[in-house]
Design a protein around this ligand. Structure first.
Ligand code: GLU
Length: 365
């Protein structure tokens, strides 16, 4: 399974003002165990601002974004240094990826982010993602890592998103103030019921940004792109492996549609560029068998389009065979037409991969 795990500040600090190395050592052990079981893992971690505050000795700061960005600039490398050291104990390599909403809203940058994350996972490293707080102004920031983790789950088409928090899951009311509040074990309705939104209340701690509301937003978003979502308590023993083993802990949100269905909808509902790629018979039958489109199978490129645009794929008789998201622009493809994939780098000076359209980004009509 491809699993995205989101760790919030209150979990990372075990509810104290400081990052908690003992918690992280145990957490790293579990992540390593997941990887050893054959799962692929991406971590979305908060804690940059908390680490910055800790480093500066908890100064009084003005409210507003610049102070937060300053804290994140100080804290992010510190946070990564801690991760590197702790995952190093288990022989794992970590990689820092900083994103903003703008990186994921634009289709081309979205593809770039996906390629990088895929390459990092294939290399067996652990990508650790945070918002690029130091440059994330109000207009381009996601704002909270719950929603960021859902966007990441969407980018990589994760099977599962685990939102770790200091609560056992989602309750019918705030368990800190309402003693008879009950744990919601599963949400399988296609729309999250209104009563659940209402019970989610605001953020409980001052350190992090998220609360149950942002977790619900994240769950809502991720399950619509085919990802199962679980909200669970970070301190529950062996929480990650138990969830990966399908054990029922915390609150689980069943996916609304499959990942394939979601991708199809994206391709079909997204803007269609004027681009058309005509392919030869060999390529047409390869596509029908579930293959990807390679440069060698292209005979004609029509219309202007960019990397990341949705284009039509036609057979020699002009019939539309498929639609897909092009890895290369029309200008690039004009040079790649009929060539072997291993010539891409020498022809263009760069290489976004062997496929013009990866079979994951393509739907047959
Ligand atoms: N990016 C923020 C940080 O690292 C956290 C955002 C959040 O807690 O949701 O401090």
């Amino acid at each position: 399974m491809l699993i995205v795990v989101k760790l919030g500040t209150s979990t990372l600090t075990s509810g104290t003002p400081k990052i908690s190395p003992p918690f992280l050592v145990e957490f790293a052990r579990q992540i390593t165990q997941l990887q050893a079981l054959g799962h692929q893992v991406i971590l979305v971690s908060s804690g940059a601002m908390a680490a910055g505050r800790e480093k500066l000795g908890y100064p009084q700061l003005p409210k507003g974004l610049p102070a937060k960005q300053m804290l994140a600039a100080i804290g992010q490398p510190r946070l990564m240094a801690i991760y590197e050291q702790i995952f190093g104990l288990y022989g794992r390599t970590v990689a820092q990826v900083l994103l903003t909403r703008a990186d994921l809203a634009d289709r081309r940058r979205y593809l770039n982010a996906r390629n990088t994350l895929t390459a990092l996972i294939e290399q067996g490293t652990l990508p650790i993602i945070n918002e690029n707080d130091t440059v994330a102004t109000e207009e381009i920031r996601v704002g909270d890592n719950d929603n960021l983790s859902a966007l990441v789950a969407n980018v990589v088409e994760a099977d599962m998103l685990i939102l770790l928090t200091d609560q056992q899951g989602l309750f019918t009311a705030d368990p800190r103030t309402t003693p008879d509040a009950k744990l919601v074990e599963e949400v399988n309705e296609s729309e999250i019921p209104q009563a659940i939104w209402e019970s989610a209340g605001g953020s409980g701690t001052k350190l992090g940004t998220g609360g149950m509301v942002t977790k619900l937003q994240a769950a809502d978003l991720a399950r619509r792109s085919g990802t199962m979502v679980v909200i669970a308590q970070g301190t529950e023993p062996n929480i990650l492996t138990r969830l990966a083993n399908n054990e029922r802990i915390g609150t689980r949100f069943m996916p609304v549609i499959s990942a394939i269905e979601s991708r199809k909808r994206y391709i079909l509902s997204g803007r269609l560029s004027p681009g058309q790629i005509t392919v030869n018979d060999g390529a047409a039958s390869a596509l029908k068998r579930g293959g990807s489109l390679l440069p060698i199978g292209m005979t004609r490129i029509n219309g202007d389009f960019d990397r990341g645009d949705t284009v039509r794929i036609l057979d020699e008789s002009g019939r539309e065979l498929a639609r897909g998201i092009s890895t290369y622009s029309s200008a690039d493809l004009a040079r790649l037409r009929g060539r072997h994939s291993d010539e891409i780098e020498s022809l263009l000076g760069y290489d976004y991969g062997d496929e013009v359209i990866h079979h994951n980004d393509l739907i047959l009509l």
